[in-house]
Structure formats: C-alpha cells, structure tokens
Design a binder for this molecule. Sequence first.
Ligand SMILES: C[S@@+](CC[C@H](N)C(=O)[O-])C[C@H]1O[C@@H](n2cnc3c(N)ncnc32)[C@H](O)[C@@H]1O
Length: 219
Amino acid sequence: MRSLVRFQLAPHVDFPPGFFDRADPSPDPAFYRPLRLVTHIDDGAIAAVGALYAELQIDGDVLDLMSSWVSHFTQRPRHLTVLGMNDDELAANPQAQARVVHDLNADPTLPFPADSFDAAVCCVSVDYLVHPVEVFAEVARVVRPGGTFVCTFSNRCFPTKAIRGWLYASDAEHGEIVAEYFRRSGGFGEPVIERRTPEGHFGDPLWAVWAPVVRLADA
Ligand SMILES: C[S@@+](CC[C@H](N)C(=O)[O-])C[C@H]1O[C@@H](n2cnc3c(N)ncnc32)[C@H](O)[C@@H]1O
C-alpha cells in the first residue's frame, strides 16, 4: 500500500487529523461477537512471537492485552491474565488463568490496580486502538517498574477495524508509530523496534516494539 504517512513526528506535533478514524466506527462488541478460533498470523510468525517472549524472559504475573484463545508463549507464564472482546475465545485460551472482557476503545482505563503485573504483551492487535497513548499509559500504571511491554504486529489486519493511519503506513512506519505510542504515554524507557522474521522470509513478517516501564521517580 502506498505510504502517505511519513512518520517522524516531533514530540509537539499531533497525529494527523483522521489518523485514528476507522472505516467501521461502530462499537467493537458487535464485530467481535462471532467466535473466531483462528490464528491471525502463520506458524513462522507465531514462533517468532514465542521466541521473543522467551528471549525477553516474559514471566511472572503477565497481562496479554487484546487477547483471544492463543497467547503464543513457548512456556506458560506463572500467572497469565488475558483481556479481550470475546469471552468464549478467552475461556478457550489454555495458557490463561484469568480473563477479562473489556473494550479498550470504549474505555482505555485498564480494570486492574496499579502494579498488578510483571509484564504485558499485545500481539497483532495494536492497530485497532483508537486511544493507544491512553492505553499505553495505563499499561505503564498496571505493570511494575522495570517490567516490559511487548507489542508485536505483522502486515495483516481486519481493515475495517484498523485505524486509518495504520492502513496508510509501511511496515517500517508501523514500528515508528508504535514507538511513538510508548514515548507519548510517558511511562516507558526508549522503545526498541525490531523485525523478528528475517528479510526475505517466506510467510508473515513479524515486527516487535518493546520497552520497560520507567516511572518518573526512577528516571
Ligand atoms: C487479530 S486478533 C489477535 C488476537 C490475539 N492477540 C492473537 O495473537 O491471536 C485481535 C484481537 O483484539 C481484540 N480487540 C479488538 N478490539 C478490541 C478492543 N476495543 N478492546 C479490547 N480488545 C480488542 C479482539 O478481542 C481480538 O481478539
């Protein structure tokens, strides 16, 4: 897709008008009501997600944001909480011990006390958030300082539900967009952006952006 967003916004520059609009602006619960026990990326990309979680030692009390029936850990964390839109999908997640149905586009506030988790992850879903900076700030509130938030994404999506800014950006720009969410939320150290499947890889590419929670008093 032709790239219309050159994503090098200075800190004081807002996202362009319409960036967070979606072709289907209707409330999300109706769209996510049908059960989808499918995988949204291929086996190679799923393996790359699991390998990254293992490399970053994502364990302990972990929150999987915008989750479904698979969380992609190679080794199940000590306690995994999954948050998403479809209760039946979350109930079918074999790695989860706790589940919460919560629409982050209707209310970006996470329904957990501060410092509830050691880490958080969000797989192939960040492109659906219409208030991402608020959600990232909430992740920084509920994850303990030093804990990592890992966002992974590929080049597939539900196009009517993805934000317009994402649809018009390239893979490299997606990394910059997510990094900007981390920076603007004010709760993280400088994010790392990496392509996790090799260049020329046959199959779904997998990109990741991650950063540790850093509270002002610790900076
Ligand atoms: C492409 S699926 C990815 C699911 C899972 N993370 C995975 O790796 O297979 C997108 C997920 O985002 C969740 N989601 C979409 N909009 C949401 C919203 N407004 N609030 C919370 N979760 C949402 C849906 O429940 C859905 O499971």
